[in-house]
Design a protein around this ligand. Structure first.
Ligand SMILES: CCCCCCCCCCCCCCCCCCCCCCCC(=O)SCCNC(=O)CCNC(=O)[C@H](O)C(C)(C)COP(=O)(O)OP(=O)(O)OC[C@H]1O[C@@H](n2cnc3c(N)ncnc32)[C@H](O)[C@@H]1OP(=O)(O)O
Ligand SMILES: NC(=O)C1=CN([C@@H]2O[C@H](COP(=O)(O)OP(=O)(O)OC[C@H]3O[C@@H](n4cnc5c(N)ncnc54)[C@H](OP(=O)(O)O)[C@@H]3O)[C@@H](O)[C@H]2O)C=CC1
Length: 515
């Protein structure tokens, strides 16, 4: 019997960010392993014209929850969606709902965040810092609370090369930042943002670091733990391999490469690709929830959920395997054939962006215009290149994260818990994982039918022929222009033609003699 699964039985659990990538997998695993849990409260806001109930309905009807619905048919009765917008005071939660949350909650998993790299400091602080502070205040008023688990990121201290499982202080106190954002206007905030974030690449990593400081400062006598995942990727094993439903992290680039939009990138092939499967993160999170509630460590423990120091993979190997998978299982209606060129040189990057990305987009838009359609490729390419430029920081560096606490926890688990809540990334076979990841992107993210693979392969063959034809035409035009302008080129050309002629004549003569 799993002790962790038994621990969550009969519990009332509060999850923020349950509609996000990590939150959904967390909820799924909880229901699958502890179907006798009492209730999961999820803080949700209406979005894209959908009510709370419609959002929950959509999640439960996704492929991710198929197994859960078999095991626990009344799962919808155990989810209690509570209206909440983390940008508002008291999250806009009604009095009655707040009362229920305060009196019933046993465990909190705080996953909600803005993960955008280009968010304004004001919005990133509001969600990643102030909302965390408010949630801690709520938690401190919960008499039945056993553990508060905060999801941060391994990149919250990406300004350091070696990162330990400790909370590092930021130069300016989070409270001072929160206070000053209240009276500073947006233009001034934009001006001081680079100074505040210092040597971090974006407001996301900076505000996640501030969020950790807030957790430490407001922990009081609560049992709190922080989990720092690195780059969260598709599921490894559970509930099935390759599940992914958003374009963050590598997923977007896998699509861009598979569709042939992105053929070159500024990346260091030998840099560690610290990707971690989402089900591994969830298993560690649930194990940490149990350990924190039952063992009540004296201080706030930080757990690194990373792969680099235990089972490293690099971007070169990852890119190679992604492309190898596309050979077997291509995406439909590719713009160009998938190809990957990794370079670390700025000049080469600019050149490749011009030749391999912008020029084909301009030519395609010209073709769209000629055929009476609206041009769109240049705009799409510009957005993609902007995205890639924001990710460059993370694919050209390596970090070392120590994992003492995570390994300590692993050794504390019973063999059954180590199996059911497996977060031992040493067992991960990267080649298999990446292949399933690419397949998952095709099936669950792009919703492409596997029956379309022969047609997708045919399409790639057509693209290859167009490519050869285009290159030959380009060569002949260039050569014709050169001949017209240079005596030297003409001489070379006549030399080659006469050489070929003599060669052919010789062979024809010798074959006639043999007959
Ligand atoms: C030569 C090709 C090589 C390819 C080989 C095969 C690939 C193999 C993989 C190896 C390549 C390297 C992978 C890189 C992985 C990057 C690591 C990320 C590091 C994360 C560190 C921190 C981890 C965390 O803690 S947080 C979680 C991560 N958060 C994110 O990933 C958020 C990033 N996204 C954003 O911040 C925004 O989306 C932004 C600012 C990038 C773009 O915002 P914008 O307002 O322009 O609009 P959007 O609507 O959001 O998207 C516009 C457009 O861009 C596409 N897009 C968005 N995100 C990505 C993405 N991550 N990758 C690719 N494309 C993306 C999106 O599809 C939209 O396209 P449209 O068609 O215009 O709708
Ligand atoms: N993905 C990754 O690579 C990594 C993620 N992390 C951390 O993991 C956690 C989860 O990330 P992930 O699932 O990928 O992110 P997602 O962007 O998929 O999910 C974010 C969640 O936060 C919710 N949220 C955002 N703003 C609000 C708001 N104003 N009110 C209520 N809810 C809100 C979203 O709700 P809605 O659906 O309504 O938008 C969504 O449920 C985050 O803390 C992130 O920092 C750490 C390392 C890597």
């Amino acid at each position: 019997m799993s002790m962790i699964a038994a621990f969550y039985g009969g519990k009332s659990i509060l999850i923020t960010g349950a509609t996000g990538f990590l939150g959904k997998v967390l909820m799924e695993k909880l229901f699958r392993t502890s179907p006798d849990l009492k209730v999961i409260y999820i803080l949700v806001r209406p979005k894209a014209g959908q009510t709370l109930q419609q959002r929950v309905f959509q999640i439960l009807n996704s492929k991710l929850f198929e197994k859960v619905k078999e095991l626990c048919p009344n799962v919808h009765e155990k989810i209690r969606a509570i209206y909440a917008d983390l940008n508002q005071n008291d999250f806009g939660i009604s009095k009655e709902d707040m009362q229920e949350l305060l009196s019933c909650t046993n465990i909190i998993f705080h996953c909600a965040a803005t993960v955008r790299f280009d968010d304004t400091l004001r919005h990133a602080v509001q969600l990643n810092v102030t909302a965390t502070q408010q949630l801690l205040l709520m938690a401190s008023q919960m008499p039945k609370l056993e553990a508060f688990i905060h999801i941060s990121t391994a990149f919250s201290n990406c300004n350091l090369k070696h990162i330990d499982e400790v909370i590092y202080p930021c130069p300016v106190e989070p409270k001072k930042i929160i206070d000053s954002l209240e009276w500073l206007d947006d233009a001034i905030i934009d001006e001081i943002t680079p100074k505040l974030i210092g040597d971090r690449p974006n407001t996301y990593t900076y505000t996640k670091a501030l969020g950790e400081m807030v957790v430490q400062q407001e922990s009081g006598n609560m049992n709190i733990a922080i989990i720092r995942p690195s780059i969260v990727g598709a599921t490894w094993q559970e509930p099935f391999p390759g599940w992914v439903d958003n374009i963050n992290g590598p997923s977007g680039l896998i699509i861009a490469a598979g569709k042939g939009f992105l053929r070159a990138i500024k990346a260091t092939p030998m840099a560690v690709a610290d990707v971690i499967p989402v089900d591994t993160v969830v298993n560690l999170t649930l194990a940490v929830g149990w350990y924190t509630a039952v063992h009540r460590p004296k201080s706030t423990l930080v757990y690194h959920c990373t792969s680099g120091n235990l089972n490293p993979c690099n971007w070169g190997k990852m890119g190679f395997q992604v492309l190898a998978t596309f050979e077997k299982i291509p995406l439909e209606r590719a713009f160009r054939r998938p190809y990957a060129n990794f370079t670390t040189n700025n000049f080469t990057t600019q050149y490749r962006n011009a030749v391999s990305h912008r020029a084909p987009a301009i030519i395609y838009d010209f073709y769209l215009r000629l055929t009476g359609r609206k041009p769109r490729m240049t705009k799409l390419m510009n957005r993609l290149l902007r995205t890639v430029s924001m990710l460059e920081y993370f694919i050209n560096r390596s970090w070392e994260w120590s994992t003492y606490n995570t390994e300590m926890l692993m050794s504390e688990l019973s063999p059954e818990d180590q199996r059911v809540f497996n977060f031992d990334v040493r067992q991960l076979n990267w080649l298999e994982y990446i292949e399933n990841y690419v397949l998952g992107v095709k099936k669950y993210l792009l919703k492409e039918d596997m029956a379309g693979i022969p047609e997708a392969k045919q399409h790639l063959k057509r693209l290859r022929n167009i490519h050869y034809l285009f290159n030959t035409a380009l060569f002949l035009i260039a050569w014709r222009l050169l001949i017209a302008r240079s005596q030297m080129a003409r001489n070379v050309w006549f030399f080659i033609v006469s050489f070929c002629y003599k060669f052919l004549s010789y062979f024809r003569a010798s074959s006639t003699l043999k007959v």
